[in-house]
Design a binder for this molecule. Structure first.
Ligand SMILES: Nc1ncnc2c1ncn2[C@@H]1O[C@@H]2COP(=O)(O)O[C@H]2[C@H]1O
Length: 490
């Protein structure tokens, strides 16, 4: 009896805190009473999770109403559709810099932003297409198979700070849509409209980031540069080397604000086993790993966010958008910690063969173990040490040096490629513009020359303008050539 009342008190407190309306509170309490009286369930916590769907949905809709009512696809839909959908939403949390999806991947889920900020980015990871905030949703294009590439993601989406999302699987979405064909038509129409807008929308920002880092390899947010990584005592830099490996005095927040659930090893064992920690990069979370940190694995439960307790972690990231803490911080340790792999990603050292060099392979992000001694074979770094005389730590240091050099050269390549791309961005649209203008002039000229009787004559002027245009690069030049053409006709 005591247990029951304690748990019921918990639920009541939650509902009060969340300002659940009195009638709904009463309904939930009545439902508890009913369970208790009928002895159907002796564990109230389980009872909460197995509230009848309708009641659970009603609770969830109320609790998350502010977010849901901002979501376009949920506006003006049948109540039943919203209830069904809400029951399938699961809360997920992403860390700063995490990619929720990557362009080209098969889309299996769509997302609704509950809290936080995300960026829709182009392939290069830098060109921002849009910023998403609470109430935005994304990932619908591929799950509705609307894009030109069918079920593939049309862009990448990255979390700026911590973001608290609701995820809806493709299967659940389609199951619900089967029951609500009108909603399906509406959803597809909205998706088509949005897709059109995406195609037309100018790039929000097309600039090199502050660090000009290499796309796909290192994004600055939430990551720690190689030289700032903490190395355990065993791996002190050799005497005379640069002091690049000084442990961080105050590590970045991403060291600590990791959800407890996500760490499979104890910090102590991580510290003691540098090699296994490095070789474990594929199994743990990294910003390149789209696997979200699920802080609750059940479908959207009205109480789900109550499972998190930290009062500081979310605040430290985004005070304005995160009134409720959602992650449990790692205990602050006085001993330096090996940062979680999400803070950095080491590429797998590969035997370098200059004849088969490809920039793409250089951009590969580590998904496999880093085998320190073997991985150095063929290293072309100026700082590489001979294998037989080098200790593992020397080899590790020289490998890091080599990787840093490689990173710098890739960044330079990337910068020049980005520059070239941005210069080319005008070209696809200008010939159309010029041809359109030329055709208009041509039409006027023929009409005028024929005394009002249009006849189909040579298209030479159009070709002339189009070929003249090819030497032009800017919008102004394009328009100038068009004007010249007009004068020539007259
Ligand atoms: N230009 C854009 N502006 C805003 N959102 C976009 C843009 N391009 C793509 N998206 C969203 O990003 C998502 C990536 O996955 P999807 O293609 O499934 O669905 C996409 C859209 O929801």
């Amino acid at each position: 009896m005591l247990r029951r009342s304690a748990k019921l008190d918990g639920v009541k407190t939650y509902m009060r805190l969340r300002r659940v309306p009195a009638h709904l509170q009463a309904k939930v309490i009545k439902w508890f009473d009913y369970l208790w009286l009928t002895q159907k369930c002796s564990d109230e916590e389980r009872a909460v999770s197995c509230l009848p769907d309708k009641l659970k949905a009603e609770m969830a809709i109320h609790v998350h109403l502010d977010t849901l009512k901002r979501v376009e696809i949920f506006q003006n839909t049948e109540a039943g559709f919203l209830c069904e959908l809400v029951l399938h939403l699961r809360p997920v949390l992403f860390s700063p810099g995490d990619y929720i999806c990557r362009k080209g991947e098969v889309g299996k889920e769509m997302y609704i932003v509950n809290r936080g900020r995300l960026q829709v980015v182009a392939d290069d990871g830098k060109t921002m297409l849009a910023t998403l905030k609470a109430g935005s949703y994304f990932g619908e294009i591929s799950i509705l198979n609307m894009g030109t590439a069918g079920n593939r993601r049309t862009a990448s989406v990255r979390s700026v700070g911590y973001s608290d999302l609701f995820v809806l699987s493709k299967k659940d979405m389609w199951d619900v849509l089967k029951e609500y064909p009108a909603a399906r038509v509406r959803l597809e129409a909205i998706a088509a409209k949005r897709l059109e807008k995406y195609k037309k929308a100018p790039l929000e920002k097309a600039a090199l980031g502050r660090s000009s880092s290499t796309p796909g390899l290192v994004e600055s947010t939430g990551r720690v540069p190689l030289e700032e990584m903490w190395l355990p005592p065993l791996l002190k830099p050799p005497r005379g080397s640069t002091p690049a490996f000084t442990p961080l005095a105050s590590p970045s927040p991403s060291y600590y604000y990791r959800p407890q659930t996500h760490r499979s090893q104890t910090l102590e064992s991580e510290r003691l086993t540098m090699e296994s920690a490095l070789s474990d990069t594929s199994s743990r979370h990294s910003p390149d790993d789209p696997t979200p940190i699920h802080h609750h694995h059940h479908p959207l439960h009205p109480l789900s966010t109550a499972t998190t307790t930290s009062a500081t972690s979310y605040d430290s990231v985004d005070k304005r958008t995160s009134p409720h803490p959602v992650v449990t911080p790692q205990p602050l340790s006085t001993t330096p910690l090996l940062p979680p792999t999400s803070a950095y990603t080491l590429p797998v050292p590969q035997t370098h063969d200059p004849t088969t060099h490809s920039p793409a392979s250089d951009l590969a992000v580590s998904t496999g173990p880093i085998v320190i001694p073997g991985g150095l074979a063929g290293s072309h770094s100026a700082g590489a040490l001979p294998r037989d005389s080098a200790s593992p730590q020397d080899m590790l240091l020289s490998e890091i040096r080599r990787l840093r050099e490689r990173l710098q050269s890739l960044e330079a390549e990337n910068a020049s490629m980005t520059l070239r791309l941005s210069q080319q961005q005008w070209q696809p649209s200008l010939p159309d513009l010029v041809q359109e203008e030329a055709a208009r002039w041509q039409h006027h000229a023929y009409w005028w020359q024929s005394g009002g009787t249009y006849t189909n004559r040579s298209t030479r002027p159009i070709q002339k303008v189009a070929s003249s245009y090819r030497i032009g690069k800017t919008k102004e030049e394009g328009l100038f050539l068009t004007t010249m053409y007009g004068a020539a006709i007259e």
